[in-house]
Design a protein around this ligand. Sequence first.
Ligand code: KG4
Ligand code: ZN
Length: 342
Amino acid sequence: MSNKNSTYILAIESSCDDTSVAVLQNGKVLSNVVANQEIHSQYGGVVPELASRAHQQNIVPVVHQALLKAAIDKKQLDTIAFTKGPGLMGSLLVGTSFAKSMALALGIPLISVNHMQAHILAHFIDDDKQSKPTFPFLCLTISGGHTQIVKVNDYFSMEIIGETLDDAVGEAFDKSAKILGLPYPGGPFIDKYAQLGNPKAYEFTHPKTKNKLDFSFSGLKTGILRFIQKNVRENEHFIKENLNDICASIQHTITAILMTKLKEASKQTGIQHIAIAGGVSANTGIRNALMTAEKEYNWKTYIPKFEYTTDNAAMIGIVGYYKFLEKQFEDVSVTAMARMKM
Ligand code: KG4
Ligand code: ZN
């Protein structure tokens, strides 16, 4: 049994193509195991059917590894937290069913977690390498499925004040990468080549949205496609010869769009505490731009530790911890939700 001062949480994340399990002791991460699914890269995107199958194969060994790494016996666990949504239904069902069964078998409470809320609350994981934001703050949540500016008033009081009208920013990175013939997911590749290129080599137009805080990336994707097609017609080696400059210019454009919106959000709300979250917040260009803006606009910025940016179960565990303190438990009849509001 755990001692009175410690709450041991086992957290499961299976919303997309990563099977992840973490063990937390209060807000501290004891283990955070992520099994990536290589299978999707040859298809140029996540294949839902294959993702749920891979989760099914991975879940037991990943739970086992997370407990082993944390040096915790399952009998010491106080609660099981899992991602309820949003995400791919087949993927979510694997984590949800496993979490329910495990909680039932151990006779401990079950906690459901919203994946997008978890990306934001990852900032509250106890870790020397990151600092915790103070409320209220703005969080730019950028992932493969979402692009939002969220006003975070408290752990469970969040308001979306801007979001994408079409593609998510992660999709903008991944689809641009696909046009360039790079593997999936392409975001990290664009980031890597961008570091060697000239960000001002090529110019792409910024999309306009009615609400100044909303985003639109589908036009940019089309613009990039036309630009590449035109240049490849003139020189078939255009991509190979200019890959670094193309990637740097794409990343520069996306970063500039995000920063413009963040500045507007800060102006409209008067909030100068600014955080980023989600898989795309791993991007070097975006991180650098935020640090520059911090000095220029007198912001206090919060950049999560790298391993808590892309999908991971530690972020599910920290939400689990705060919900445990408030006894926000779920009945075992709870079901996964592909679409889920914050
Ligand atoms: O949050 P996440 O792991 O999964 C979702 O919930 O969607 O985000 C995945 C997205 C992918 O689109 C991936 O290309 C992007 O994050 N990503 C990056 C970088 N690392 C991951 N995009 C740009 N630069 C990076 N370094
Ligand atoms: Zn995510």
